[in-house]
Write a protein that binds this ligand. Structure first.
Ligand SMILES: NC(=O)c1ccc[n+]([C@@H]2O[C@H](COP(=O)([O-])OP(=O)(O)OC[C@H]3O[C@@H](n4cnc5c(N)ncnc54)[C@H](OP(=O)(O)O)[C@@H]3O)[C@@H](O)[C@H]2O)c1
Length: 385
């Protein structure tokens, strides 16, 4: 049975909604949902923007069948109430705890761009003492994405707890878009689990930071003339591994048909697994340009890949198919990696605005203008603490 709402909590509240593609965001009014035994009612104070929100708001991607469509999959706030009797799914959490997590924006209960959200306990973790909430909300979505991609899509082993003698091995792993939010978490995860041969592709201005995060070699994709020959030259100098692959693992953290997939189609060889963050962006959103996306990676550049290359489209939303991750990732693993200093949050750019709607719209506009570079947009949700 659901618990009653605390007296201080309104029965309804505003939420930021996408009304139709390329229309200004609007506020909609939703009921505040009392938590059931496996849920917490969260007073949401911070969220972070993800490019998926731009793909949805401008391109109508994955809008689902439950309009209005809400915004924001990263949540940060305070627990106001727990369902009773409290479930055993996350016994670490208490009323009053500051929490952060990864929620489904497709769910009206959970989406983060509303001041009151009702969230399954296994999607929340307690804020570590060494972190402020605006920093913490940069983490959940894309750290989960990194952990999910490396295990479910590339088949790499990331045991938890991490054994003292953990060593991931020396197989080369190319991370294209290593300075993106996903890419930065990818590198930190690979370093922690002892994968020692990481190749990073990013703007030159990020190379020192990426080397400090463990990249063995860095390549500048903005170099005039492109970066493909430099990378293939490096890869040709590597020993072929079992199955003939010199470069067995590639993660495309960008998913741009022309900006990442096309060059990667010249780099990947027989035996390469290429995990691509969906959607593939065929045409990028612009002020006067309708974006075009593709969710089936095999339809992009048909005939453009060498025989024996395996293409995989990444869908982080399905991470909970791994039951261990479903129960432990957000309640335990993500907070522990932050508390231990293994993972540093992305740099934050705080998006200002005098109302919730204005902050959400300003963040969306910054995404459309491709402003974030090595940083994550974060903004306040509830006006008051
Ligand atoms: N399907 C999934 O499960 C999933 C999960 C997470 C993210 N995604 C998608 O993955 C993409 C990245 O997300 P994000 O949050 O990490 O984005 P982000 O941090 O906002 O990406 C910005 C970064 O992208 C880099 N970049 C742009 N074009 C590039 C190119 N052609 N080559 C290399 N780097 C390039 C820029 O790097 P420089 O500063 O070096 O220029 C910039 O720092 C988005 O489309 C998102 O929707 C999908």
């Amino acid at each position: 049975m659901a618990s009653p709402l605390p007296a201080s909590v309104p029965a309804t509240h505003p939420a930021v909604a996408i009304i139709a593609p390329r229309q200004p965001l609007q506020l909609t009014t939703l009921p505040t949902v009392p938590p059931s035994p496996s849920e917490a009612l969260v007073h949401v104070t911070w969220t972070a923007s993800s490019p998926l929100e731009l793909h949805r708001a401008d391109g109508g991607l994955l809008l689902g069948s439950n309009p209005p469509f809400l915004m924001a999959s990263t949540i940060g706030g305070t627990i106001l109430a727990l369902g009773t009797p409290a479930a055993a799914t996350n016994p670490r959490l208490r009323v009053g705890d500051t929490v952060f997590g990864y929620v489904s924006e497709a769910s009206h209960r959970e989406a983060a761009a509303q001041p009151y959200a009702t969230v399954p306990l296994n999607k929340l973790g307690k804020l570590p003492p060494n972190l402020a909430l605006p920093a913490a909300v940069t983490v959940p979505t894309n750290l989960v994405s990194a952990l999910h991609t490396l295990t479910a899509d590339l088949g790499l082993s990331l045991p938890w707890p991490v054994p003292a003698n953990q060593r991931g091995g020396d197989a080369p792993i190319l991370v294209w878009g290593a300075a993106s939010s996903v890419g930065l978490y990818m590198l930190q995860v690979l370093r922690h689990w002892g994968y020692g041969h990481v190749l990073a592709v990013a703007s030159g201005k990020h190379h020192a930071e990426l080397a400090a995060l463990g990249a063995r070699a860095c390549f500048d994709y903005r170099r005039p003339g492109g970066v493909v020959e430099e990378i293939t030259g490096y890869v040709d100098g590597l020993e072929a591994r079992a199955g003939g692959a010199r470069l067995p693992f590639i993660v495309d953290c960008i998913g741009s048909r022309d900006g990442s997939l096309r060059p990667l189609s010249r780099i990947a060889g027989r035996g390469s697994k290429v995990a691509v963050m969906l959607p593939v962006i065929n045409v990028r959103a612009g002020k006067d340009r309708m974006p075009e996306y593709e969710m089936d990676v095999s339809k992009v550049l048909p005939g453009g890949w060498k025989d024996g290359v395996e293409l995989i489209g990444v869908r982080t939303h399905s991470y909970a198919k791994n039951e261990f991750f479903r129960d432990h990732l957000l309640p335990e693993i993500v907070p522990a990696l932050l508390e231990q200093g293994v993972v540093q949050p992305n740099k934050q750019r705080i998006v200002e605005g005098s109302t919730l709607l204005e902050r959400a719209q300003n963040a969306l506009d910054l995404l459309r203008d491709q402003v974030p570079s090595g940083e994550k947009l974060v903004w306040r949700v509830a006006d008051e603490n």
